[in-house]
Ligand binder design. Structure first.
Ligand SMILES: NC(=O)c1ccc[n+]([C@@H]2O[C@H](COP(=O)([O-])OP(=O)(O)OC[C@H]3O[C@@H](n4cnc5c(N)ncnc54)[C@H](OP(=O)(O)O)[C@@H]3O)[C@@H](O)[C@H]2O)c1
Length: 238
């Protein structure tokens, strides 16, 4: 059996990933987030608010000695308060870094503590963003949290060469995807966000990728990791 631990399965990319993975009857999914919308015999939901770091630290990965594959997907993410620094909400900044960067780092640490000597194929996939690579005004916490996630991944990738635990780690940006996060971006305004009109236009011109298409591409990577040697990349290159 293969076990996938996925944060944020209640909407968008995370939900599409869980649903695609559950099509294979050798797969089980554990979803971690505040809401659950999936009802399936091989799905279990663990209610967890990733902004409450003390709760994240208490999460225990199950041993699963017979597993063939053990995958952690850090997918949960928040765009935050779409305002420039100096006008943004402090609590939103605090929450965003916890959900987008601190919780994934702790979950990776707990996952590796539990599975460093496991015989299963072990993979961590972090859902990054193109925004990690260039500044976008009013998204400063978001851009920097994703840049942090990419660099955390690069560093862990290097560490694996020393520890020889054999755990593969990736941080891969999905492109622009038609999810609740994009609706949230379109509910901001052009005064606070210089690229507001671009995001409205992308939706109007049907240029957003579907979460289902993105999920299929991510799964293609997870099923063929021998072909993917770069720890940080974007689905656009694949
Ligand atoms: N959509 C895009 O264009 C795009 C582009 C680049 C990168 N991404 C990345 O893709 C990932 C998924 O986003 P999406 O587009 O699918 O957005 P979405 O539909 O808004 O989904 C976000 C998910 O994150 C979870 N989440 C948010 N806050 C959480 C918290 N405090 N604790 C636990 N889970 C939390 C939500 O679960 P609950 O509400 O159940 O907690 C939800 O399932 C994110 O990391 C995002 O940065 C998206």
């Amino acid at each position: 059996m293969n076990y996938y631990f996925i944060t944020g399965t209640s909407s968008g990319i995370g939900k599409a990933l869980a649903e695609e993975i559950l099509k294979d009857e050798t797969n089980w999914v554990v979803g971690l987030s505040r809401r659950n919308v999936i009802n399936h015999a091989r799905y279990a939901h663990h209610y967890l608010d990733l902004s409450i770091i003390e709760e994240v630290k208490r999460y225990e990965f199950p041993r699963l000695d017979e597993a063939k594959q053990l995958v952690l997907i850090n997918n949960s993410g928040q765009i935050g308060d779409i305002k420039r620094i100096g006008t943004a909400d402090n609590d939103a900044i605090d929450n965003l870094f916890k959900v987008n960067l601190i919780a994934p780092a702790i979950l990776m640490n707990l996952y590796m503590q539990c599975y460093m000597n496991h015989n299963a194929e072990r993979i961590v996939l972090n859902v990054s963003s193109g925004a990690a690579n260039y500044p976008i005004d009013s998204w400063a916490p978001y851009c920097s949290s994703k840049a942090g996630l990419d660099h955390l991944t690069r560093t862990i990738h290097e560490e694996q060469k020393i520890t020889q635990w054999g755990i593969k780690v990736y941080s891969i940006a999905p492109g622009i995807v038609d999810t609740e996060m994009q609706s949230e971006i379109r509910s901001s305004n052009s005064e606070d966000f210089s690229r507001y009109d671009d995001f409205v236009r992308l939706k109007e011109q049907n240029e957003l990728t579907s979460p289902e298409a993105v999920a299929k591409l991510y799964l293609e990577i997870l099923r063929n990791t021998e072909r993917y040697t770069e720890p940080v990349d974007t689905l656009r290159n694949m």
